[in-house]
Design a protein around this ligand. Sequence first.
Ligand SMILES: [Cu+2]
Length: 478
Amino acid sequence: MLDRREFMLLAAAAAGAAAGCAGQGRTPEPQESYTPARPAVDVTFEPGETEIDLGGVSVRTWVYNGRLPGKEIRIRKGDRLRAPVTNKLPADTSIHWHGLAIVNKMDGVPPLTQSPIPAGGDFTYDFVVPDGGTYWYHSHVGTQLDRGLYGPLIVEDPDEKADYDEELVLVLDDWIDGTGTNPDRVFEDLRRTGMKPMAPGGPGVSPTTPLGADGGDVTYPYFLVNGRVPADPEVRDHRAGQRIRLRVINAGSDTAFRIAVPNTTLNVIATDGYPVMPAQATSVILGMGERVDATFTVDSSVPVVAVPEGKQGHAQLNIRVADKPNTVNADDFVAAVRKEAPLDTATLSPTPEVTLPPRDPDQVIDATLSGPNPHYTWPFAGRLYDPTKDGIAVKRDQRVRMRMANESMMFHPIHLHGHTFQVVGRDAPRARKDTVLVPPKQTVQVDFQTDNPGKWITHCHNTYHLEGGMAGWIFYQS
Ligand SMILES: [Cu+2]
């Protein structure tokens, strides 16, 4: 078997002709006409109801193609993805390609960008993938993301200079479906009973509790890495000395996670698909929808843990190295990780190639985040999401700043479709991302270039906050 370094050399040699597509090397122009040099990648999707074994825990749930997570899509930057969907669910559905700046009508957000795919219906997604990096796909209808309708989407970039031997993709999730309730009922309960009492004494934001005291609104019985509970985790065999690239995706609905490896400093190289100046961290915090890429060298058998912020329990995957047994007690390690100050990827510096050219904003969108209001509603910019009424008008080829002032006592990971924004730092630009954590009672600003016309939703990636109205949408024409 080729290891990754050898593979990338071959791939780079083979890819010469595929250059010329838009992407991370400059301000993306996703609407340019592409001429993919390679045949389309075909991936069929059958969302349906099935029995899934989470590792000794059996649940009836909704997944793609009978598996959890959905199958990994691995594609190369500039390639065309064709994904026919046959909906076997008893409900409308869609697929959103999280983080990819693709053509608007393929964004998968009914009713804004397409009609929902009805039960028994078909729809084919077909688009060119503009940028390399760690992405994912998931349903964008109702509370379906908090079932099992998600999977990883890895876009390889032959020009990327990352140095590692093997990859390890970790999809994190908080799980409740099929455990005596389901996400629709969870949401109805939240609507009926409203919120739990607020934590006394303010938001409680500190370096070791960067998202404050309120971890979320839903109590989950399980936390998963790659569809497995920690009692029976996925086991991956590696050799001592191998350099691993972690690609971590938070597919949770109401849970931020800290990711950490015992006795290891992670070398963080990318977030939300975009490269950052490498930074060292012993743990990284990820809101729902966020991703991080980090490398480290394997030394012995260890648990890789994902620690749910402000919630009991953890998720885990085991790295196994022959003749180097694990000596770490996972529960002790989880407790230690909780006491640390984790890295927030928004604070990282972008590499020069993906830094937006300096420019004053042409327009500022005040996206105040508030709630919860009665009946579990969460306003965005002072109103509840309504795709049938006017969105926020912006103009093409402008620099738009979105100012997110969180007036609530809970954190919100805010996601913008169709673009990758740049987090505004006090003195210097911060990471290019598509999802950013906004801690309680704090303000985060992001800048983006209007280079991909259409109707684009921007929303909290807490599934229940989104259902409670925490979204707006921008629009502009070409
Ligand atoms: Cu939220």
